[in-house]
Design a protein around this ligand. Structure first.
Ligand code: ATP
Length: 328
């Protein structure tokens, strides 16, 4: 069942309208086809100019959602609107034009930059894809400016990826995302493969760039502490669906899943953190979703209604939450 309401905002840069993505696979060589609902009827607005975090356990559909927003893959159902335009309705030229306005920074700077590229080639790659022609002098000037924007010396333009640290490479990844002056950047775990001290520098850089350039971020992360620090709105996903949208990092968590996730993020002792985070029961398979609430097997609040009726995402508890028994 689609989510009927998911905190509509007055000026969304992205609007997801009951968006779904299914993947089909065959069990065994001659087995029957099985359909996985990686994203299952998500309705969501991404406010312009903010930092919207998307959190949830591995496999809940965060990256698939990000790829749908960027139209790196078509949805199986529903609509993705960018600045009011349905991306599915655009022809190739118009889609390419819209794509200039949305970019992505990937988790792993080690594999996201072609080892044969100099840093100048790497930061200017989106211009080549978009067939923007620059003279040699213009290209050098543009690359130097982009590197400076992310705190790197212009002299690094002639270096290759193996000559840079992980943090420097992620700065190059960010510079590349800025090359076409986008409005929206999807950050898919941008600090997950970096040392903690470098993570902080990258987050500071991202915050600074957003303020200077008026960017909108969609920030995908496992790191709840970081999400609460960096994001002004937090979308919590569970098994392909949005279960709660926190309008601010400090908003009370109403969904039992969100509450457990958040509590686990703020226990300093890693050993105890695991205990607090432990949720009993298994995550159901995305191939075989239960008819009611997907969280039912792990939820201490679950009732018989939760087993049969999928809770809709409704804003009746101060902000959108999909739970029959929201917490106080
Ligand atoms: N191209 C694909 N073909 C088949 N299944 C896929 C494909 N992409 C993703 N999936 C499946 O869809 C589900 C959601 O995956 P996704 O990568 O979006 O989750 P995620 O929340 O980003 O996970 P992680 O945090 O581990 O990156 C997973 O079960 C995954 O195996």
């Amino acid at each position: 069942m689609p989510d009927p309401i998911s905190a509509p905002v007055s000026d969304p840069i992205v609007r997801l309208d009951n968006v779904a993505k299914y993947f089909t696979s065959r069990a065994g060589l001659f087995g029957r086809k099985r359909t996985m609902r990686a994203v299952d009827g998500v309705t969501l607005d991404v406010p312009r100019g903010g930092v919207t975090g998307v959190v949830g356990e591995s496999g809940c559909g965060k990256s698939t959602l990000a790829r749908l927003v960027l139209r790196l893959m078509p949805p199986s159902g529903g609509r993705v609107l960018f600045d009011g335009a349905d991306l599915a309705s655009l022809g190739p030229a118009a889609l390419r034009q819209q794509r200039r306005r949305m970019q992505m920074v990937f988790q792993d700077p080690y594999s996201s930059i072609d080892p044969r590229f100099t840093m100048q080639d790497a930061v200017l790659e989106p211009l080549r894809v978009q067939r923007v022609r620059l003279s040699g002098a213009e290209a050098a000037e543009k690359a130097a400016r982009l590197l400076e924007m992310v705190g790197l010396a212009p002299e690094l333009a002639s270096r290759y990826p193996h000559q840079l640290s992980g943090g420097q490479k992620q700065r190059v990844g960010i510079a590349r995302a800025l090359a076409l002056s986008p409005d929206l950047i999807v950050l898919d775990e941008p600090t997950a493969s970096l040392d903690v001290s470098i993570q902080a520098q990258i987050i500071t850089l991202l915050a600074d760039l957003r303020a200077r350039l008026g960017l909108t971020y969609l920030f995908i992360s496992h790191d709840l502490g970081l999400v609460r620090y960096f994001c002004d709105r937090i979308v919590v996903m569970y098994l392909g669906s949005v279960v709660e949208i926190l309008p601010s990092p400090d908003a009370p968590q109403r969904h039992p899943y969100t509450r457990t996730l958040m509590e686990s993020a703020f226990v300093p002792d890693p050993a105890r953190r695991k205990t607090v985070a432990r949720l009993t029961g298994e995550i159901p398979s995305a191939f075989d979703r239960p008819p009611g609430c997907a969280f039912v097997a792990r939820c201490p609040q679950a009732s018989s209604r939760c087993r049969t009726e999928k809770p809709a995402l409704t804003a009746s508890h101060g902000h959108p939450v999909a739970c029959h028994h929201p917490l106080d």
